[in-house]
Design a protein around this ligand. Structure first.
Ligand code: THG
Length: 370
């Protein structure tokens, strides 16, 4: 189905919005109350650039929730089950957020900006409301706000030489999720080694929304010799790589253990954090579902399924698939989904109901592509 978006003040434009339109954006979605570019019309070329070259993606929809003040670190430690004992300025961390019942409500990257300032680079849910509500109810001394910061991802094997051309050889020393505040020409940015793909790359957080077109143009022109082109967080590569898409893959009951995020939650630390008791109980009772991969029979998928698809085993409902596509590298249709843990067994044959037709599939562990 194709419809057009109504553009209005209800949703926000990225600082790169005009640049993406000029470069041929053909589809967008909505994420964190912003227009989210999803394709420039040539999905095979976008996939190929990510795997073999370099792609630039407007991911300013990864909004930042900042908190600054005396209690910033204390607040961060209360918000997540990730152990933050060794938090450092300039080193990011992936931190699942849960509510008091242990349900996953977002999976941000935390950036410690200074000794009293933390940013959460969030997925698609209203975390600023959550954080300011908690901070104020506990009378923590922090201001919670959305800073002027908009990430632009540069991803793929040629991202590293391009970013080195732009910023210098020191970028090779950045660890994964490491970052540094710097200027590119006169454009203030944070350069981070990160990005939602397994192909390697960087994110450049623009720190002045009025300079979006300038930053886009700088990357585009320096990237020309590497054949850079526009794209978007890649639907197929993330399925192959098993990266979590929070709003796509999780439902209202999801807990972090179901998505392999238990390794980012330290139940043994002395620190109290939101959801700790609930998560302990969930773990003791035994985790009931698991995030899995699927290999699916039948002709190539051309476009993503619009809805979640129910998965059946011997006519019994066992879970749902949240995204499916044809993987050129595996020469097979693949998907991810969430099923009852007793069916999360490599090789188990299941049936997926894609609303207009059913297909046989086999369960695999993640990532589907190894
Ligand atoms: N960029 C920025 N913010 C974001 C995202 C982003 N916030 C929300 C969402 N995406 C966060 N999601 C992820 C999930 C996984 C990874 C990155 C962002 C990732 N994980 C590695 C892995 O799974 O192997 C490493 C995790 C680790 O070891 O800490 O890359 O895209 N700015």
């Amino acid at each position: 189905m194709t419809i057009s978006l109504s553009i209005g003040p209800q949703n926000r434009k990225s600082p790169f919005f005009n640049s993406t339109l000029q470069d041929g954006l053909t589809a967008a979605s909505i994420y964190n109350h912003m227009y989210f570019p999803t394709t420039f019309g040539d999905r095979p070329a976008e996939y190929d650039r990510l795997l073999n070259g370099v792609a630039m993606w407007d991911v300013s929809i990864e909004r930042q929730v900042a908190f600054k003040g005396r209690d910033a670190i204390k607040l961060a430690r209360y918000l997540t089950g990730r152990n933050l004992d060794d938090l450092q300025i300039g080193q990011g961390k992936y931190i699942p957020l849960c509510d008091y019942r242990g349900r996953l409500i977002n999976d941000p990257i935390l950036l410690q900006i200074s000794k009293d300032e933390i940013w959460l680079s969030i997925a698609d849910s209203d975390i600023k409301l959550w954080v300011s509500g908690i901070a104020d109810s506990l009378e923590y001394q922090v201001d919670v706000f959305e800073p002027d910061a908009s990430p632009l991802a540069v991803q793929g094997p040629l991202a590293t030489p391009l970013i080195a051309d732009l910023f210098g050889q020191w970028i090779h020393d950045l660890k994964f999720f490491g970052f540094r505040e710097i200027k590119l020409k006169d454009i203030p940015v944070i350069l981070a080694r990160s990005g939602w793909s397994k192909q390697g790359g960087f994110e450049i957080y623009l720190l002045d929304k009025n300079l979006g077109e300038n930053l886009w143009a700088e990357i585009k022109s320096a990237g020309a010799k590497y054949n850079i082109g526009p794209g978007a967080p890649n639907y197929i590569e993330r399925l192959e790589s098993g990266l979590l898409s929070f709003r796509t893959d999780c439902d209202k009951h999801s807990n972090p253990f179901e998505f392999g995020l238990g390794r980012f939650i330290d139940l043994d630390q002395n620190q109290e954090f939101i959801g700790k008791t609930a998560l302990q109980k969930i773990k003791e009772a035994g985790v009931k579902r698991d995030f899995i991969g699927l290999r699916i029979d039948g002709p190539k998928f051309n476009s993503p399924p619009e809805d979640r698809s129910s998965i059946y085993s011997d006519d019994k409902y066992i879970g749902y698939s949240s995204a499916a596509a044809y993987s050129p590298r595996l020469k097979s249709n693949i998907a991810v989904g969430v099923v009852d843990i007793c069916h999360a067994i490599e090789g188990e044959v299941v049936l997926i109901d894609f609303s207009d037709h059913k297909r046989k599939a086999r369960v695999t562990t993640l990532p589907v592509f190894r």
